[in-house]
Design a protein around this ligand. Structure first.
Ligand code: AVJ
Length: 338
């Protein structure tokens, strides 16, 4: 039998630990009991949710994934040049590691690949698969929620650390949060390091809304599956049939908002300190489930600069729907206290 290839796996979180579960439950309950109920988008991604997201990326209406891939294909030499030689690629939220794998197979080869993801089991499998194909690259997996306080492992070479954050995942942060997040990345690299990041651009409302409310209903299923996941995590009793998918573009805030809207007056309950806790919803009341911020290329470049990046390069598609940025850490930046 073939042995799984050697990959280093570091675990900064234990998703199944009782403490972690209790924290997630507290977070969910707090969100559900707010006057405007909300559930964070990270709860989309149980096993089925991750598959539904993969399906979304195949939809004709969901342009970001394929547009980003086209930008990579077109500007590969420029991307290679920007990353240089003997770098460490740090992939934030690698999932299946497919995007990094594609880069490697196209000949953009790091010395070291650090894959960070919250889903540790999936990460191990993805990384072992990749290591089998590309044994020359040192591979390190980190199970961590990098959106929270997270440190790169001691002993990771300080030079030429390149963060890789594709797919416009940065869009789930508000611009303020995104600025703080980018600053934390800048703080973990030196002037030989950089950031390669994909960002969805502001565009026509109809295009945006179709991408988040497809006629086949895959995005609706992705959104409503959240309640299935919450039922499991919280032992709650949401009836998925009572909830309708809503996606709308808030042009003032430059963000897509996704909600689940109650089709009728209903309540949901879960075990509480004394008996079951209950939340009532009026007909038409909504649970906010996701915001996906969009940027202008200039706006995002400004955000990068204010977060401590410089030498900003940007590549876009002919329709200007999506942008890929590369930026280096600015010199002489005062480091923020961590
Ligand atoms: C994974 C956050 C980039 O905002 O486009 C897709 C998630 N939500 N369809 C996005 C998502 C609904 C996606 N990101």
């Amino acid at each position: 039998m073939q042995q799984p290839p050697e990959v280093t796996l570091l675990q900064f979180l234990d998703r199944d630990s009782p403490q972690q579960n209790a924290r997630l439950r507290r977070e969910l309950v707090a969100g559900l009991l707010q006057p405007q109920a909300a559930i964070a988008p990270k709860f989309f991604y149980d096993a089925l949710g991750s598959r539904l997201f993969e399906a979304i990326t195949e939809l004709p209406e969901y342009y970001p994934t394929r547009t980003e891939a086209a930008i990579f294909a077109q500007y590969l030499p420029a991307v290679r040049q920007a990353l240089g030689e003997a770098f460490t690629l740090i992939d934030l939220g690698c999932g299946s590691c497919a995007k990094a794998g594609k880069l490697f197979h196209a000949g953009v080869l790091p010395a070291r690949y650090v894959a960070v993801d919250i889903s540790v089991d999936y990460l191990r499998k993805s990384l072992q698969h990749l290591k089998r194909e590309l044994p020359a690259i040192e591979m390190i997996g980190i199970g961590a929620d990098f959106t929270e306080e997270f440190r790169l492992p001691d002993g990771l070479p300080a030079e030429r650390r390149m963060f890789f954050y594709p797919g416009s995942s940065i869009g789930n942060f508000s611009p303020d949060e995104a600025g703080r997040f980018l600053r934390r990345l800048a703080d973990q690299i030196d002037e030989s390091g950089g950031l390669l990041i994909g960002v969805d651009l502001i565009k026509d409302r109809a295009l945006l809304e179709a991408a988040y409310d497809d006629p086949l209903g895959v995005t609706a299923a992705f959104n409503r599956n959240l309640l299935r996941h919450v039922n499991v995590l919280l032992e709650a009793d949401f009836d998925i049939g009572d909830w309708q998918h809503v996606a709308c573009y808030n042009a003032d805030a430059a963000r897509i908002e996704m909600h689940l809207e109650a089709r009728r007056a209903i309540s949901a309950s879960w075990p509480g300190a004394n008996g079951r806790s209950l939340r009532r919803f009026a007909a038409g009341e909504r649970i906010h489930t996701e915001s996906s911020w969009k940027y202008s290329a200039q706006g995002f470049a400004a955000l990068l600069r204010s977060a401590g990046f410089a030498e900003i390069q940007v590549w876009t598609d002919p329709r200007n729907w999506f942008a890929l940025f590369f930026a280096r850490r600015a010199g002489n930046q005062p480091r923020t206290a961590t």
